[in-house]
Ligand binder design. Structure first.
Ligand code: URA
Length: 258
């Protein structure tokens, strides 16, 4: 069979599922009219090992340790981006169109950590460009900061650089294996303060969730003052929470001015 790329293969599979073919029964179609000897031949063929499948070797790899080694070997943000691009152990990479590394100005006093790319970010390779990104930009422009403002810049990344399929929640193993890259990212970008947007950023860097309780409290991550805030996607669904977000933005502005 001609080989197809990931996106085409997925589209073909989804099309079959839409048609109702939701089960895979055998490698060879069953001809119910075939004479018994023809059936026996087909069964023999199906039982033959596929030529393309070599002997199966299972090599246990420690994804977190490999991520840690690759991240530590990177001395610059460019080298870190290259190391993440070359990292093959996270399955999300195979379903994503682009890796989303960062946006804004490296070296900015504020580093924002979000969750993961969704559709628009996956398409463009930039974090926070969809609806929640537009709200994020408005929130920071209200305190005279922004990803494009040379006088008061912010730097933006996510805990995962690839879009999870159907925007599902990150899996604990995905968060764990990408965390060494995120920690190195924070070290190399070296902001004055970190903002953790939402529960998943808190889960990755603080090891706990509960954003309604955590937001607005100054904590510490990698030696940096760290402020958890409601994720802009949450604020779009819960506009009443914007009052708390505004208080947190003012607290951030005061902290970085010091
Ligand atoms: N939500 C996130 O957490 N990050 C993005 O980049 C986009 C949406």
């Amino acid at each position: 069979m001609e080989s197809v790329d990931f996106h085409t293969a997925r589209a073909l599979l989804e099309w079959q599922i839409e048609l109702g073919a939701d089960e895979c029964i055998g490698d060879v179609a069953v001809d119910r009219y075939a004479l018994p000897e023809k059936l026996a031949k087909l069964n023999q063929q199906a039982a033959k090992p596929h030529l393309t499948r070599g002997p199966v070797k299972t090599i246990e790899r420690d994804a977190v340790a490999e991520a840690h080694a690759a991240a530590q070997a990177a001395d610059t943000l460019e080298a870190l981006q290259e190391a993440m691009t070359a990292f093959e152990l996270c399955d999300l990479k195979r379903g994503a169109r682009n890796m989303v590394f960062s946006d804004g100005i490296a070296g900015a006093p504020v580093m924002i950590v979000g969750e993961a790319p969704v559709r628009d970010e996956d398409r463009t390779g930039r974090p926070f460009v969809g609806a929640s990104g537009q709200l994020l930009d408005r929130m920071f422009s209200a305190i005279d900061m922004g990803r494009d403002r040379k006088d008061a810049p912010v730097y933006i990344t996510n805990i995962l650089p690839w879009r999870p399929p159907h925007n599902r929640d990150p899996k604990p193993e995905e968060v764990a294996m990408m965390k060494p890259f995120l920690e190195r990212h924070i070290q190399l970008a070296n902001p004055k303060a970190l903002v953790l947007m939402g529960n998943w950023a808190c889960q990755s860097l603080l090891g706990k969730r509960g954003i309604a309780r955590l937001r607005g409290q100054w904590l510490e991550v990698s030696g940096k003052p760290t402020l958890p805030m409601f994720h802009p996607a949450y604020l779009l669904r819960n506009p009443d929470a914007k009052r708390d977000a505004w208080a947190d933005l003012l607290s951030l502005k005061a902290a970085v001015r010091k």
